[in-house]
Structures are given as structure tokens and as C-alpha cells.
Design a protein around this ligand. Structure first.
Ligand code: GMP
Length: 331
């Protein structure tokens, strides 16, 4: 097999985040589930935007955030995701390219506009997300270049893509391309509530051996397996997956690869400002270690260092020099 051009090709929703702070009362008033992601239509997005405090716009999107972290660590990355031909779409494309990521998905003409996520951050640093998918839900199978998929060691997919119809179908094609080319498929479950809608699909994919590396947080792992404690969830999942990674917020993270199990605590942070992107960033660190052939423990530590950086500031893209932070931590 030839050496692939990219370490990771990620496919995800192409989203610009609008971040604002709010108190718990605001979440209650708008019946928002703290810590979750929900999809909103144009009217809901407009109403919420009109009611929330001053917002800051920064590029986001789960898998795109992971790409940004990977690129900051020195991995070679490509991203596929759909924006519209509008201002937010240009911002997204600029940001991803200026992070050194190969991005060639043509913007879509006409309505709907580019995706945006209204992120509400409470004083405890928790984020509650309201996503208007817009153009992102129109990512089609035609945008998945099989040669690009074959040219990356790892194909990385976000569970969020399973909500809209067209991207879900496109992802199934991308998984097939990756498997035919002998590449690894990594998948993040994204959000506990997705498991109500797509749990059957995800369990079937795992059962068919289509996923090589699964990222889940504790809640997602339990929702996926129906287990009432984490160890039971792990018992069900680990034998079906070459690599299982479970993140546990302030309790750190663990990974299982065959007979090997490793665990790390969370890296200490002075203040948890905004947990948006913690899991995305963790996946970036872990995958960077994985494509570099690092030990399971080091992959986890890389994930924890990258996640600690993200939660120390607003926004889900790295601001500090991640390579430097990792060098200080791992030598
Ligand atoms: O959630 C993914 C990862 O982000 C975890 O495994 C931790 O590394 C990190 N993380 C998330 N929430 C917290 C937190 O509240 N405190 C700390 N120190 N790390 C966190």
C-alpha cells in the first residue's frame, strides 16, 4: 500500500458557532437541556438569537474542530463538509484552510444559508447547543471523493451527520471506500440524544465491523449499550472494536485496544471556561498519537492535554501552541 497523503480525513457538519454566556435561568426559560445538542429550524434559531446575549462568532463543527486540533499538533488533515456561498461559509472555509487543512468542498448556491450553532455557556463552563444545520445537511455522496478517502490513514466521522438524510447516505459510502482501500474508520458518537434516533444504526455498524476506533463519553457509551454502569457498557463494546476510547469529563479518559487497557486523569486546568469542543479536541490528541504509533497511554495523554487547552477558553478551536504544550508534557 502506498503511503497516504493525509493522516486523517474528517467529514462533518461545517458550522460556525455563535457563543454567548447565559445563566441557568435562561436555559430553564427556553426549556433547553443543559449539555445537549438539539437541532433548530430557522424560526427557532432567530428567536433564540434575538433573546440571547452578545455573541462571538468562531468556526466550529465537531469533526472540523478535531481536524483543527490535529493540524495544530502537526498531523496532515483534510476535511469535507458543506457550506453555502455566503459570509459564514467564507469564514468557515477561510478558518479551516488557514489552519493548514486541505478543504475542497465547493460552496452550495442558494438557500439554505450556512450552518450555525448557537452555543450557550453557563457559569459552570457547560455548553448547551442549538444547531441550525442549513447548507450542511445537503452534503451529498457526490462530495465524497473516493481517491481522497483512500489517501488518508484514518477516516473520521461524527455521529451528528446521521441526523440529516443526505450526509448519512454519503457517510455510508465513505465507510465503504475506506474499507476497500484498507484504511481505518474512526467514529464519534457525538451526543447522547442521537442514540435514541440512531442507536440501531450505530450498533449495526459496530456489529458489522465497520468501525475501528470508537469515541464515546460515559453517557453515550451507556445509551448505546443500554447498560446501567460504565464497566458493563465497556464489556459489551470493547470486544467488538479494535480500539474503544471513553472520555469521562473531569474524571479523565480510558482506552481499550485488544487486551490492553489504559487510563489517564483529566489534565488540571485553572478554570473550566467553556467545555465546547472538549471531546473533539480529545479525539484530535488521541488520533494524532494513534497515527504516530504512540502507546495507548500516550494517545490518551495527548487527548487530555488538547482537551485541557480547549476548555480553558471560549470556542472549540485551539488558541495556544498545542505542539509546545505536548512537548512540555511528554518530552
Ligand atoms: O471530555 C473530554 C475530555 O475533556 C476529558 O477526558 C478531559 O480530558 C477533558 N475535560 C472535560 N471536562 C473537564 C473538566 O471539567 N475538567 C477537566 N480538568 N478536564 C475536563
Amino acid at each position: 500500500m502506498t503511503q497516504p497523503r493525509f493522516d486523517v480525513l474528517a467529514i462533518g457538519n461545517a458550522i460556525v458557532d455563535v457563543i454567548a454566556t447565559c445563566d441557568d435561568g435562561f436555559l430553564a426559560e427556553h426549556a433547553l437541556d443543559k449539555g445537549a445538542m438539539r437541532l433548530v429550524d430557522t424560526a427557532e434559531a432567530e428567536a433564540l438569537y434575538a433573546n440571547m446575549g452578545p455573541g462571538r462568532e468562531v468556526s466550529g463543527g465537531s469533526a472540523a474542530n478535531t481536524c483543527a486540533g490535529l493540524a495544530a499538533l502537526g498531523s496532515r488533515c483534510a476535511f469535507i463538509g458543506q457550506v453555502a456561498n455566503d459570509q459564514l461559509g467564507s469564514v468557515f472555509a477561510h478558518d479551516i484552510r488557514s489552519s493548514g487543512i486541505f478543504y475542497a468542498t465547493a460552496p452550495r448556491e442558494g438557500e439554505p444559508p450556512s450552518a450555525r450553532c448557537l452555543v450557550l455557556v453557563t457559569p459552570d463552563g457547560q455548553r448547551t447547543m442549538n444547531t441550525f444545520l442549513g447548507a450542511s445537511q445537503h452534503l451529498s455522496a457526490a462530495s465524497i471523493d473516493p481517491e481522497l478517502v483512500a489517501d488518508a490513514k484514518v477516516l473520521y466521522l461524527e455521529g451528528y451527520l446521521w441526523d440529516p438524510d443526505a450526509p448519512r447516505t454519503a457517510m455510508q459510502g465513505a465507510i465503504e471506500c475506506a474499507r476497500e482501500a484498507g484504511r481505518e474508520v474512526a467514529f464519534t458518537l457525538s451526543d447522547e440524544f442521537l442514540l435514541d434516533r440512531h442507536g440501531d444504526d450505530f450498533r449495526a455498524m459496530i456489529g458489522r465491523g465497520e468501525i475501528d476506533i470508537l469515541f464515546a463519553n460515559e453517557g453515550e457509551a451507556m445509551a448505546l449499550t443500554g447498560a446501567d454502569d460504565l464497566e458493563k457498557a465497556i464489556e459489551w463494546l470493547a470486544p467488538k472494536l479494535p480500539v474503544l476510547v471513553v472520555t469521562r469529563s473531569e474524571k479523565g479518559a480510558l482506552a481499550i485496544r485488544g487486551d490492553e487497557r489504559a487510563e489517564v486523569p483529566a489534565e488540571p486546568v485553572d478554570k473550566v471556561v467553556d467545555t465546547t469542543g472538549a471531546g473533539d479536541s480529545f479525539a484530535a490528541g488521541f488520533l494524532h498519537g494513534h497515527v504516530q504509533g504512540k502507546s495507548l497511554k500516550d494517545c490518551l495523554t495527548l487527548g487530555a492535554v488538547a482537551a485541557a487547552e480547549i476548555i480553558s477558553h471560549y470556542g472549540a478551536r485551539p488558541e495556544a501552541n498545542l505542539t509546545e504544550l505536548v512537548r512540555e508534557r511528554l518530552g
